[in-house]
Design a protein around this ligand. Structure first.
Ligand code: SF4
Length: 406
């Protein structure tokens, strides 16, 4: 299984370095913090490996249930999620003039067309590309669950799209007129569903290279850089040591606290029109604090001392080391007929899982009378900024009493 390739000025980090050139410059230094690797990223890698195997071997994801990918056992949720991506890519493959799976795409040819040499590595790995009709499709699998990633204006997808166009040209194809950039995010989506697309004219993508990619890369490599704080700081690998972010955070704190040792002001006493602005600023601070926390943890974990802090084990949760062995012990003690008393009740699969399971038996939910048994209930509301594409939830006193038993 090919490991994903990343350059310092990578596609996945492009929203950061295109906004803040100083981040690009500092990330390239030898003492820059390593890319963040979390259990979520490792799980995402597992999902990508499963998707690649399915596409290359022509198999469906549920054939790999309970098998290990990157240290994760394939769950029903992972198999169903990856299958959405696999089905989407397969539909694009039929009738395509060209397609490629997990392909390294590079932007270096942007310099070569002018007889120059690209001054740095500029490449990323596109999950799937297909050239169909007059459109180049670039499909990216996102297995994350926390934040909905939109396709529109997504710089990572633009980067892959541009690299895929250069790749096609290198393979001798005439360039298409359109590029369709798609995100498949099975575990986080709003009204747009798990597959979200954005189609742009090829010429716009090529112009973006001239207006944004080339000048920004050259500015970073010549040291003509500047800090620019914003939402992108949340993902910046050097946020924990960024003086500009620290300055912003201190400035924000000063506007809210006359004395940093004082009790924070009661939000209930702050006018509503100020609360929204404070929350937007607090998001910036909390991102920075998370980076500082990560940097301190990493330092202690690697044997350094940070005054006033230490690492302790998280609370351990107990679990059976061998489920089968537990059942056998219970059976020996109470008899096999009584084992059920000590097990969880059988539970139907979720509607999505059931749909899939029934499909393999040649049935639909409606055919077995289960469609009417489905309810969709939100577990509550989430506070997000205005630009989030989801529709606002109904709120206010009328809604609050809607379901009340009066
Ligand atoms: S934290 Fe923000 S301002 Fe600082 S280097 Fe990173 S992106 Fe730039």
């Amino acid at each position: 299984m090919a490991e994903k390739a990343h350059a310092v000025l990578s596609a996945s980090g492009s929203a950061i370095w295109l906004n803040c050139t100083k981040s690009g410059e500092l990330s390239a230094l030898p003492d820059a913090p390593p890319r963040k690797d979390s259990v979520f990223a490792a799980e995402g890698t597992a999902a990508h490996e499963l998707a690649e195997t399915c596409l290359r071997d022509g198999k469906n994801a549920d054939l790999f249930l309970n098998l290990d990918f990157n240290g994760f056992s394939v769950s029903r949720e992972m198999a169903d999620g990856v299958q959405i991506f696999v089905d989407h890519c397969r539909a694009l493959t039929s009738g395509s003039a060209y397609h490629a799976i997990e392909t390294v795409v590079s932007l270096q040819a942007l310099w070569e067309v002018e007889g120059k040499t690209c001054p740095t590595d500029l490449y990323g790995t596109a999950d799937f590309i297909a050239y169909t009709g007059d459109t180049l499709h670039v499909v990216d699998l996102k297995y994350g669950v926390g934040i909905i990633v939109e396709a529109v204006n997504n710089t990572q997808l633009r980067y892959y799209g541009l690299g895929a166009l250069l790749h096609l040209a290198h393979e001798g194809f005439t360039l298409p007129n359109f590029v369709c950039l798609t995100i498949v995010q099975p575990r986080a989506h709003g009204a747009g569903g798990p597959v979200r697309e954005w189609t742009i004219p090829t010429i716009d993508l090529l112009l973006w290279a001239d207006t944004d990619i080339i000048p920004t890369v050259e500015a970073i490599l010549s040291g003509n850089t500047a800090y620019k704080t914003g939402k992108h700081c949340r993902w910046c690998p050097i946020a924990g040591r960024c003086p500009e972010l620290r300055k912003d955070a201190m400035q924000i704190a000063k506007t809210q606290f006359d004395d940093v040792t004082a009790t924070p002001p009661d939000p209930g006493l702050i006018p509503l029109d100020e609360l929204g602005a404070i929350l937007a600023q607090a998001e910036l601070i909390s991102g920075w604090v998370a980076q500082v926390r990560a940097a301190v943890s990493h330092a202690i974990d690697t044997g350094k001392t940070v005054n006033g802090w230490k690492l302790v084990p998280k609370r351990a949760t107990r679990k059976w080391s061998d489920d089968q062995g537990v059942l056998e012990k219970l059976s020996q003690t109470f008899g096999s007929n009584s084992v059920g008393e000590f097990c969880t009740e059988p539970k139907p699969l979720s509607p999505a899982q059931m749909e899939k399971a029934l499909k393999s038996h040649g049935h639909t939910l409606a055919e077995v009378g289960l469609d009417a048994a489905i309810t969709a209930e939100s577990s509550g509301t989430t506070l997000v900024p205005d630009e989030d594409t989801r529709s606002a939830a109904p709120t206010g006193p009328q809604h609050a009493f809607e379901n009340a038993d009066l």
